[in-house]
Design a protein around this ligand. Structure first.
Ligand SMILES: *Cc1c(COP(=O)(O)O)cnc(C)c1O
Length: 380
């Protein structure tokens, strides 16, 4: 299977037609328990759906194939996946390096939850190798990277930071939510674990919340699966099925997201009301060359700063008609938001606070012409 291309794996990995009926798509096994053929006589290893469920197993096998890993695990949300990963890897007294630009909920998990259990963290600019080196201590067990980052679209050189983490005896975790495995495969670049909010591009239709972990390390995969079962924040069968349905079209969606985003970034760059455009596909972006090296495209997320300041940025968000004002990202429909007051409000006053004049776009797959017209009218 692994010789096949991404597009083929997305549709077929883990998706053998149902043995009993020939159903082409894995059925939604909406079930909690399984008949045993005599005590301990499990059919296909299924015993209880927290431990394993055939629909979730199909998704997990697919996720592993798409990231080029050996083990994939599907969770109830991206944060549930992160929580399972951190409680598997860390113990009191350990230290973590986290990025100065990351999903607000990831920062909150470290700052408000994990820190209460005796795990310390330092914040680093992960696009700067010196900053990461300076933040590491002899107790550092995890270096966390998000690339491209949310919401500033910063780019981290994955192989470079993987080397620094390994030299310090730490594992490199990459949140690959913004890129998706179609655009970037961190395990092949040296990461130990990939994290996803499958709520975003993987699901792709703003109709499901989910998360995933993928690793090439079989022993770590076993430990993660043990904790997934012990802690219980699994993806339910219907949610797993929705994510699988989304993944089948991931490649074509990502191509279109990227084309539309590139056109919008180019328009914004020329617009007098816009101060700065943050899009890794622009040659002016400081991470452009690294992104071009480690990604197959630049994705569908574009952020920009409104020259006239915070109130004007909020006004732009209020004025779009086709871009829907809302949190989240990665769906077929375009969304707009003000990170400072919405997704990243929990980072206010922290090293992860975002500029108040920032607007974030999740560029959908509608007609680029219609999206450009909507942004032009909103910018006035
Ligand atoms: C949304 C998001 C998460 C959290 O995922 P949920 O599914 O909302 O729990 C983590 N990382 C990134 C980059 C995200 O965008």
């Amino acid at each position: 299977m692994s010789d096949q291309s991404f597009e083929t794996l997305a549709i077929h990995a883990g998706q053998e037609p149902d043995a009993a009926t020939g159903a082409v798509v894995p059925p939604i096994h909406q079930v909690s328990t399984y008949k045993q053929d005599g005590v301990g006589g499990l059919r296909g290893g299924y015993e209880y759906s927290r431990s394993a469920n055939p629909t979730r197993s199909a998704l997990e096998e697919n996720l592993a194939a798409l990231e080029g890993g050996r083990r994939g695990l599907a969770f109830a949300s991206g944060l549930a996946a992160e929580d399972c990963l951190l409680r598997t890897l860390l113990s009191p007294g350990d230290h973590v390096v986290i990025p100065n630009d990351a999903y607000g909920g990831t920062f909150r998990l470290f700052a408000k939850v994990v820190s209460r259990w005796g795990v310390e963290f330092s914040v680093a600019d992960t696009s700067d190798v010196q900053s990461v080196r300076a933040a590491m201590t002899p107790r550092t067990k995890v270096v966390w990277v998000e690339t491209p980052s949310n919401p500033l679209l910063g780019i981290t050189d994955i192989p470079l930071i993987a080397g620094v983490a390994r030299a310090g005896g730490a594992k490199l975790v990459v949140d690959n939510t913004f890129a998706s495995p179609y655009l970037q495969q961190p395990l092949s670049l040296g990461a130990d674990v990939v994290v996803h909010s499958t709520t975003k591009y993987m699901g792709g239709h703003s109709d499901v919340v989910g998360g995933a972990l993928i690793t090439s390390d079989e022993a770590l995969g076993e430990e993660l699966a043990y904790h997934q079962n012990a802690m219980g924040a699994i993806a339910g069968p219907f949610d797993a099925w929705l994510v699988m349905r989304g993944i089948k079209t991931l490649a074509v969606r990502m191509d279109r997201h990227g084309e539309n985003a590139a056109r919008i970034a180019a328009m914004l760059t020329e617009h007098p009301a816009v101060g700065q455009v943050l899009y890794p596909g622009l040659a002016s972006h400081p991470g452009h060359e690294i992104a071009a090296k480690q990604m197959r495209g630049f994705g569908g997320m574009v952020s920009f700063r409104v020259a006239a300041g915070e109130e004007a940025a909020v006004e732009v968000c209020n004025r779009t008609k086709l871009f829907t004002l809302g949190e989240s990202l990665g769906g077929v429909e375009s969304l707009i938001e003000h990170p400072g007051r919405m997704t990243h409000a929990s980072a206010a006053g922290s090293p992860l606070e975002v500029p108040s004049d920032l607007v974030r776009l999740s560029v959908g797959i509608e007609s680029a012409e219609d999206l450009l017209a909507d942004l032009r009218q909103a910018l006035g």
